[in-house]
Design a protein around this ligand. Sequence first.
Ligand SMILES: [Zn+2]
Length: 80
Amino acid sequence: MLAAIACLLIVTLCYAALCAGSPFGRCRKCHGFGFATTTDRKGRPRRGKDCRRCKATGYRIRIGRHLYNLAAALHRDGTN
Ligand SMILES: [Zn+2]
């Protein structure tokens, strides 16, 4: 049981470090391309529509970082 808790703690810490180090992850919808990929009639890959999910940046803010931003904002509001 203790090992499970330690494991969970390590995972959480790694995730926190990941969020701190690289707050943006690749967009899961477009895999970081920023646009959808389609294939033409000959089967060659073509650039499709811009990804609406990441606004064509190809990056998405990590949920952990988003939570951190929220917490930081709350802290800021609370201390001022
Ligand atoms: Zn995207």
